[in-house]
Every structure is written in structure tokens, then in C-alpha cells.
Design a protein around this ligand. Structure first.
Ligand code: PDD
Length: 278
């Protein structure tokens, strides 16, 4: 695999960052994960716009122009001959001696790599995910896509240890989102419900696209938080993200939704999303 590090395309053994990088010491770094299908980036402009917002919220200088980032992304996909998978991109504030305050002078670093993934024909799309609910232990600015991912990492591990696929995080009795995805239910009257945007969740690029497609398909969208109890009583549930598209959830805390199989609304939205992406 070829990696990208600050302007250079290098082999993994040469893809290195200083131990004084603030991304390493303070999780002072932001990231994006973009889908690649048929060698093409999906919704990349929206990902780069969210990256710019994440940097701006943290007063982090962009490492280079958006056009330069995109050119490097395309080159990396080409060098790795990536057909289907993910492109990971991370910007950190850069290298400075350890001090909590932002350094007066530091050069932001940009690293990227690709991952081959079977996204379109994921077997989980047929089976549906089982999730557990866990307390949301993350910080209060989840709208900024930082690499401070220990809480969701613990949540995902807790899910795997419990023999399920993922966890939905709950704060003040209401579902925020999945460990690395936005969470939805389909109510008994066929409305699609997902938490409203704010500091509590990440504004998903896939969320934006899927809500638009769902509205066009005639669904009523309710952007309001829901409880785990409401989710258990929903007729369907699903998640969205760049790495899962629309993925059905069929079991929450051991309670089967409907007949325990992916429901028609989730399946339809997955098909619509994939068709538009290809
Ligand atoms: N995660 N919420 C959280 C907490 C996320 O980490 C993600 C994305 C999303 C969905 O956002 P999008 O639709 O833009 O991918 C929601 C990526 C995939 C990751 O960390 O790997």
C-alpha cells in the first residue's frame, strides 16, 4: 500500500510522523473517511467541507488548499488501484514541544491511506446488525470530527464482547448515535426518525444524502431524538455512514425488531443510496 504523508507518496515503512505530533499527544487532529466506489470518491466535496469546518472550529490551519487535498486523494486512489473501499484522511495541528496551549507556530500535517473493503455486497446488509445500548461517554463537541475516539472504541469493543455488532450511545435517556454512524428508527406509522443536528452528534454526510433521498421517496422525516424504548418498539431501525451506507439494525439490547430481518424501508433506502452513488 502506498501512503500519503505531507506531500509525499511513500511505502508504509516510510509513512512516519513525529512523537511530538499533537495528533499523537493530544488527539489534536481531525479526520474524514470517504467512500470509494468504482475508483471514484463519493460525496467528497461534502467531506472536504466538513473537514474545513472541523479545522475552523479548532482554529487549525489547513495543511494546503482543498484542491491540493483532492488532487492528492485522487493520486493515492490511482497509485493503490483502489476500486472499492475507503480513503482515510487526517489533519493534525502538527509538531510542537508538549504544551496544552496551541503552539504559536506549527505546520499542520496531512496523512492519508486507503483500505480495500467489500462495501456494496456486505453480508451484514442481508442479515442486519445487532446493537446494544451504552452510555455516551464522549466529549460535548461531537460535531467536530476529531481523532479522540477512545470512548466509541470502548463502546465498539463492549459490543463485540457482548456478542453483537455495534453499540448505540445514550445520553439523558436519548440515543445520540452509533459508535461511528448515525442512528435511525422507522416508526410504526412509517416515519423516519433520527436525532436533530447539534453539538451532540456528527453531521453525517451519508445522513444528509439519505434524508434527502427519503424525502424524495415520500417519507416523512422527523429530526427528533428517540429513546431506546422507542427504538425497541420501532418497526425498523438502521444506521448510516460512509463505510456502511444504509445498514439495517434488527436487534436492540436483545429485542428483535419486527421479524428480526432487515425491513423494507431500510432495504429500499440502501438500494436508492447505492444506485445514486454508482
Ligand atoms: N464515521 N457519527 C459518528 C460518530 C461517526 O464517526 C461517523 C462516521 C458518522 C457518519 O458520518 P458519515 O456519514 O459522514 O460517514 C456519524 C466514520 C465512517 C469512521 O469514523 O470510520
Amino acid at each position: 500500500r502506498t501512503f500519503y504523508v505531507n506531500g509525499d507518496f511513500v511505502a508504509e515503512e516510510n509513512a512516519k510522523i513525529s512523537v511530538l505530533d499533537r495528533g499523537f499527544l493530544f488527539a489534536d487532529a481531525v479526520y474524514e473517511v470517504s467512500t470509494v466506489l468504482k475508483g471514484k470518491l463519493i460525496d467528497n466535496k461534502a467531506h472536504l467541507k466538513r473537514l474545513a469546518r472541523s479545522m475552523s472550529e479548532l482554529s487549525m490551519a489547513p495543511p494546503c488548499s482543498e484542491a491540493e487535498i483532492e488532487a492528492a486523494q485522487l493520486e493515492l486512489i490511482k497509485l493503490n488501484e483502489l476500486d472499492e473501499g475507503l480513503l482515510y484522511l487526517q489533519v493534525s495541528r502538527g509538531v510542537a514541544d508538549r504544551d496544552f496551549a496551541y503552539p504559536a507556530k506549527s505546520k499542520s500535517s496531512l496523512v492519508m491511506f486507503t483500505q480495500v473493503k467489500n462495501l456494496l455486497n456486505s453480508p451484514m446488509a442481508e442479515q442486519g446488525l445487532h446493537v446494544i445500548s451504552i452510555p455516551d461517554m464522549r466529549w460535548k463537541r461531537r460535531d467536530i470530527k476529531t481523532v479522540g475516539l477512545l470512548a466509541p472504541s470502548m463502546g465498539k469493543q463492549a459490543a463485540l464482547d457482548a456478542g453483537v455488532h455495534d453499540a448505540w450511545m445514550v445520553e439523558d435517556g436519548l440515543v445520540t448515535e452509533g459508535t461511528s454512524n448515525n442512528a435511525y428508527i422507522v416508526t410504526k406509522d412509517r416515519k423516519i426518525q433520527t436525532r436533530h443536528l447539534g453539538h451532540e452528534i456528527l453531521s453525517g454526510i451519508t445522513r444528509h444524502a439519505v434524508l434527502k433521498f427519503a424525502a424524495e421517496a415520500g417519507y416523512t422525516i422527523v429530526e427528533e431524538p428517540f429513546t431506546i424504548e422507542a427504538a425497541r418498539q420501532a418497526s425498523e431501525a438502521f444506521i448510516t455512514s460512509a463505510s456502511t451506507f444504509v445498514m439495517p439494525v434488527v436487534n436492540i439490547d436483545g429485542v428483535e425488531l419486527g421479524d428480526g430481518k432487515p425491513g423494507p424501508v431500510s432495504k429500499q433506502l440502501r438500494l436508492i443510496y447505492i444506485k445514486a452513488a454508482l
